[in-house]
Design a protein around this ligand. Sequence first.
Ligand SMILES: [Zn+2]
Length: 324
Amino acid sequence: MARNAPGKHWRKGMTLMEVVRMFATEEAAEQWFIETRWPNGIACPQCGSLNIRKVENRKPMPYRCRDCRKHFSVKTGTVMQGSNLGLQTWALAFYLLATGLKGTSSMKLHRDLGVTQKTAWHLAHRIRETWRDEEAGDFENAVEVDEGYFGGKAKNKHAWKRKQEEGRGPVNKTAVVGMKERGTGRVRAKVVENTDGRTLKGFIQENVEDGTKVYTDTATTYSGVPNREAVSHSTGEYVREQAHTNGMESFWSMMKRGYIGVYHKMSPKHLDRYVKEFEGRHNQRPLDTIEQMQVMVFLAEDKRLRYKDLIRENGLSSTARPAK
Ligand SMILES: [Zn+2]
């Protein structure tokens, strides 16, 4: 086995008591966000200048850039921008999302943080944005590729027609294709329109370096993938030493436990957000809990998710009760 797995042999968790002590006051939480976001000193989110003045009694925008004259706070230019929630609440929400391996429902956030369920729903989706990563993978070790199916009703089409078009997989579900790199354990996954050969091969080409060994099941849709070795699920073939997709399957089973136990449903429109949540959390697993939270703050920059955009995407009116 490869010895280049990242991280430590053990990782340091964080108890709820430690979290509460660490973020005991709004000031302590703000200080943590400032030091995490700007380890080299407070920088203007607008122009990057370090020439910053702290303006006393000017909440919620306590800083002013001497170069571009903009006022800002530690939330400005991140997923937290425009939020009225305190930074203590944000820190606890980051903790809950980072440690909730099967996902975190808006009902739980609503109860644990004492915010309305609507606020909690928006909050969770904003934190999920931190895991949204558009970059392609760069996997070099052998990868396992497999698909998962979630959901949901077929969209506007008769099942027989969809079946004809898609060729493979349950007709009434949304397909997600994923790969896991051996050795590092990193996962890359995304929602796909269909699971035809072109789509699957495109996903593989996008995310692996040339010459990478690819393990799949025996589906013909994978035929023609370079360096591919297939293993059959259906014929009861024993798992050959290397030729299996067990790693990717365990990722799907974690996500399915979240789907069944926590979220109950993931709308096809939002499924990609949940896929990225499970992917992002999975890829952070080698880190200590506090490091995971630091990475999330780092990734929170230059991403925004406004409530009105979120509900528009979901096809809800602003008064509708959000899903879990
Ligand atoms: Zn500036």
